[in-house]
Design a protein around this ligand. Structure first.
Ligand SMILES: [Zn+2]
Ligand SMILES: [Zn+2]
Length: 282
């Protein structure tokens, strides 16, 4: 009995750790590296992080090129009718006091748009060209295939069923299986609905409380102002774990190298920080 309780705690810890690691690779590799090109790395490290992202996202692996195009359209048309996943397009007068219904509607539509972009059947498909930052055709074909999705889904389910001591822990399975899309939905919904703004820009982006728990991704207002900056938590009291605990050590180890645009935006942030009004000293 005691062993089973310890194992149950370890399983919950493992599920949380998996969520955080998959989100770390989601933001580091798919978002900041492949989509925004904030830094570069050698082809060997690129392949290492590509495989790691695939293994951690498993059956919900977000195909890098499709993700890049979807996300660039979100930046270009943020919170307009052309934004592929803006909460403002779902918060109509009849749904503005509701939560789950519009959020799920946005998730389902985003899934549909993602598949249409993937199949070259959406206007976003041809808008942002082809980026060959991840130029590994063989692995791209394998990791994007339906067979890989099914195999990874079966492996995830099998592994979880083998380790859990109580069937009640199956409630974690949907979160484990759908980690990438769920992370995207949380960021795109709350990061454009709840929170404060450091920058008055023409969209609804916010910096949402609890952003460090989402590895900095919920600093949407900062990110929309400085999309090339690897530090998303640039305001007073804000902390972006991925920048401080992953990107900075990797820069020091010379595994990754900042782009010129990233350097320029980090300098622009320093200037902005220096000009913030000072609070009176005690
Ligand atoms: Zn956004
Ligand atoms: Zn972005």
């Amino acid at each position: 009995m005691t062993h089973e309780i310890i194992l149950a705690f370890l399983c919950v810890f493992g599920a949380v750790l998996h969520w955080q690691l998959s989100l770390a690779l989601h933001t580091f590799f798919l978002h900041r590296y492949h989509t925004h090109g904030q830094f570069s790395m050698s082809v060997y490290w690129q392949r290492f992080f590509y495989i790691l992202t695939f293994l951690l996202q498993g059956p919900a692996f977000l195909k890098p090129e499709t993700y890049r195009k979807l996300h660039l359209a979100h930046h270009e048309f943020s919170d307009t009718e052309y934004d592929p996943h803006s909460p403002s397009n779902y918060l109509t007068s009849s749904t503005k006091h509701k939560f789950w219904k519009p959020l799920f509607a946005m998730m389902l539509d985003t899934k549909k748009i993602f598949e249409e972009i993937q199949a070259n059947k959406h206007w976003i498909s041809g808008r942002y060209g082809k980026k060959i930052a991840i130029d590994w055709k063989g692995f791209e074909t394998v990791s994007n295939s339906k067979e890989a999705t099914l195999l990874m889904g079966a492996l995830y389910i099998l592994l979880w069923c083998l380790v859990i001591p109580y069937w009640i822990l199956l409630v974690f399975l949907p979160i484990i299986l759908l980690n990438g899309p769920l992370q995207g939905a949380i960021v795109n919904w709350f990061g454009h609905v709840k929170g404060t703004r450091n920058f008055d820009i023409p969209d609804n982006s916010k910096n949402t409380p609890g952003a460090p728990l989402m590895n900095g991704e919920l600093y949407q207002n900062n990110h929309h102002q400085f999309p090339e900056s690897p530090n998303l938590g640039c305001g007073p009291g804000e902390f972006d774990p991925i920048y401080h605990l992953m990107i900075r050590p990797l820069l020091m180890l010379r595994i990754i190298h900042l782009s010129q645009k990233a350097k320029d935006e980090l300098n622009a942030i320093k200037t902005w920080q220096a000009n913030l009004p000072k609070s009176p000293s005690a």
